[in-house]
Design a protein around this ligand. Structure first.
Ligand code: ADP
Ligand code: MG
Length: 693
């Protein structure tokens, strides 16, 4: 239950004074649906109204608060001409300008012959000092109240600063004093104020320096958010672990057969990963491990060995991929190896229908299929395992925390191995996965050769096409990736179709097309033709980003590479450099380049190190976007900015562990305060859901 003290903060924003239904909608899209969300909407600038010059001294372009006498109203003959009010002091005259004015209102607010204070931006029109639509008009007694620094908030169309500021002020006023949830010595050492004071301060910046994320007030709020995140993750993990695991200790017989059947030796990194995973499975606590390795680093075989350990122990193992294509590809890889070990394997995706699906379901339920490969179709309720011992989730950052654990819930305390190809920077690891155990496949993926990466301006596309022609003659497979256009899949497809037509004309009979709007079966056929070499040039939208493996593909062309993110470019380039022959990646770009696009392309040319690229990506874009927060289950932070508050994350993690170690149920006084923190940051749902899971 949400603590009562927080009730006022969890009312809908429409409950605030001055926020009717229309404005509520705008506030909701801008900040969030509840009052509490407005607390997190921090100022992005300030308006300094302390500058109070005489009219004659007022600097044009500045915000000024000026005391004037109202001399004369000049009502316009029609509403297209602005309404003007002439004012003055002993140094000069000031014209107040109003468009679409309400004459009655202005007559009341600015009575002729009286003194008033006006505050707003001063402009000079050919010697006429003007203020258009003053932000404030007040009586002289209110001068001091007006002469302050006002916070400026990020706005959205239709929502004025005045209205939003009033709403935020009202929200902050509703913030109750709360018991301290941070370790008191840590608070003291950082010189932080209590939560409500820090919040009030963050919303009342007196200088632009006060907007810096490094100020104590903003740091404290960021820390609160990080702590909530870390406690929630620790709770998830604890509840996961509480369903105590089982020992899966195989005799190694199946693994030995597969190792003998492999055309290669495991790399040292793979061997280490396998032993870490197997050690977890053999222990009686539940495994929750992340296997992190760049595209092509050889995660699949590591997963297979773990799966066989589960099978040797008499249980089943499932591998779940984010797309049908990937699931099928995994199936194609694993099937012959499973056959070498004499272990049946079945495929279950959304495309297995009718009789085929029934058969697959029956084999899974009866345990006749110890190995299962599939998509999220494996989550569905009619899928029952006889005894699932290990769930492997090939994530490619598409699944959220919940989904990850749902598959695990299908097993009796099934161990979970999550595979990710995103080389997540250390700072992000914690927020994304908490303190999940990690195995890393480092170093260059097995069999990889360096890729020669070149930047080519679009004007030279014709030369690129010629070069592609030469490569094709020498037997190369070529990927040609078409640009992302806004967020419109239809436009992406149109661009790809145009390029496909053009290339097909130049190289008849050798060009294929692959995009997200095609039927799955058609995509598979095209992919198969490319693998077989019947298609030489594969024009594609970014659908090919996801783990496709074609060894003879040695040329990657990316059109409008400047529009792609670093992570995406890295993934794309990872498609080549897999075979014996040297590979090339041509990044076509259109000028002019923004500074950030220029950095991205430069980094691509400089390095192939996924971890370095990920760090750069984080630096260039900020944490929120790096993982594609929505899809990855990585929380989006409102207050914490990991490029500025990264250091605080480790402290928050340690603090979270400590609190939960002393008080796993969060019942003691500090635990109670932490509970309130979870509710404040709406992390309670995560904790609650998973506890009952
Ligand atoms: P990931 O899933 O990490 O992207 P894969 O598991 O698909 O990578 O492996 C990429 C390719 O490398 C596959 O063709 C696989 O057979 C091959 N491979 C895996 N391990 C080794 C190894 N130790 N030596 C040589 N090739 C390997
Ligand atoms: Mg893979």
């Amino acid at each position: 239950m949400r603590p009562e003290v927080l009730f006022p903060l969890f009312k809908p924003v429409g409950a605030l004074k001055g926020i009717g239904p229309r404005l509520a909608k705008l506030v909701e899209t801008l900040a969030g649906p509840r009052v509490v969300n407005l607390l997190w909407h921090l100022p992005s600038g300030i308006i300094d109204r302390r500058y109070a010059p005489k009219i004659g001294e007022a600097e044009p372009g500045r915000i000024a608060t000026i005391t004037v006498r109202v001399d004369r109203h000049r009502k316009p003959p029609n509403r297209r001409i602005p309404y003007k009010v002439q004012c003055s002091d002993e140094t000069g005259t000031l014209t107040l300008v109003f468009f679409h004015a309400h004459a009655d209102y202005l007559a009341g607010a600015l009575p002729t012959g009286e003194m008033r204070v006006v505050s707003g931006r001063v402009d000079d029109y050919d010697g006429d000092i003007q203020m258009t639509h003053p932000d404030h008009i007040a009586e002289v007694a209110e001068l001091a109240r007006l002469q302050t620094v006002e916070p400026v908030y990020p706005l959205t169309e239709g929502l004025s600063l005045k209205v939003l500021s009033r709403a935020v002020r009202a929200a902050v006023a509703l913030a109750p004093p709360l018991e301290e949830w941070i370790d008191p010595t840590f608070v003291a050492r950082q010189g932080w104020k209590p939560w409500r004071d820090a919040l009030t301060e963050a919303h009342a910046p007196a200088t632009t320096e006060a907007l810096d994320p490094a100020t104590p007030a903003r740091c404290r709020l960021a820390y609160d958010e990080l702590l909530a995140n870390q406690v929630a993750l620790c709770l998830v993990r604890a509840s996961f672990r509480r369903l105590s695991g089982r020992r899966l200790q195989g005799d190694g017989a199946l693994r030995a057969k597969v190792l003998a059947a492999l055309p290669f030796q495991l790399t040292p990194a793979q061997q280490t990963a396998v032993s870490e995973i197997v050690a977890d499975m053999e222990s009686d606590s539940r495994m929750l491990r992340l296997l992190q390795g760049d595209v092509g680093s050889g995660k699949t075989v590591v997963a297979l060995l773990a799966m066989l350990n589960a099978v040797e122990s008499g249980t089943q193992a499932a591998l779940m991929a984010p797309t049908d294509v990937l699931a099928r590809q995994h199936m194609a890889t694993l099937e012959p190896l499973a056959a070498a070990a004499g272990v049946p394997i079945v495929l279950l995706t959304g495309r297995e229908k009718g009789k085929a699906r029934e058969i697959a379901l029956a084999r899974i339920a009866e345990g006749e299929a110890p190995l299962v490969v599939g998509t999220h179709a494996l989550f569905q309720e009619d899928v029952a395992f006889r005894d699932l011992g290990l769930a492997v989730i090939d994530e490619q950052h598409r699944f959220g925390v919940h989904q990850r654990l749902m598959l695990a819930a299908k097993g009796r305390a099934a161990d979970v191995l999550v595979m990710t190809a995103t080389p997540i920077p250390r700072t992000l690891m914690l927020t994304a996965y908490g303190d999940m155990d990690v195995s890393r496949l480092t170093g260059k993926p097995p069999g990889r050769r360096p890729v020669d990466t070149r930047l080519v301006p679009t004007e030279r596309t014709d030369e690129v096409i010629e070069a592609v022609g030469r490569s094709v003659k020498q037997g190369a497979g070529v990927y040609w990736v078409c640009p992302l256009i806004e967020e419109s899949e239809a436009l992406d497809v149109a661009a790809a179709e145009d390029r496909h037509r053009a290339l097909a004309q130049a190289f008849p009979g050798t060009v294929g097309l692959l995009h997200g709007r095609m039927k799955e079966a058609e995509r598979d056929r095209t992919m198969a033709a490319f693998e077989a070499g019947d298609i030489r040039i594969l024009v594609a939208t970014t659908v090919i980003e996801v783990g496709v493996d074609v060894a003879h593909a040695t040329v990657m062309v990316v059109e409008h590479a400047e529009r792609f993110g670093l992570a995406q470019l890295h993934q794309l380039r990872g498609r080549v450099g897999r075979g014996e022959k040297p590979s090339t990646c041509l990044l076509l770009y259109a000028k002019p380049l923004t500074p950030s696009a220029e950095s991205r392309l430069r980094i691509m040319r400089e390095t192939e190190d996924g971890f370095r690229i990920a760090e750069e990506d984080l630096r260039l874009r900020g944490a929120g976007e790096v993982l594609g927060t929505r899809q990855s289950g990585v929380p989006e932070f409102r207050l914490a900015d990991l490029s500025a508050h990264g250091e605080l994350l480790g402290a928050a993690r340690d603090d979270a562990l400590l609190v939960l170690q002393k008080d796993p149920e969060l019942r003691q006084p500090r635990g109670q305060a932490v509970r309130t923190l979870l509710y404040l940051f709406e992390r309670d749902a995560v904790a609650r859901n998973l506890r009952s899971g």
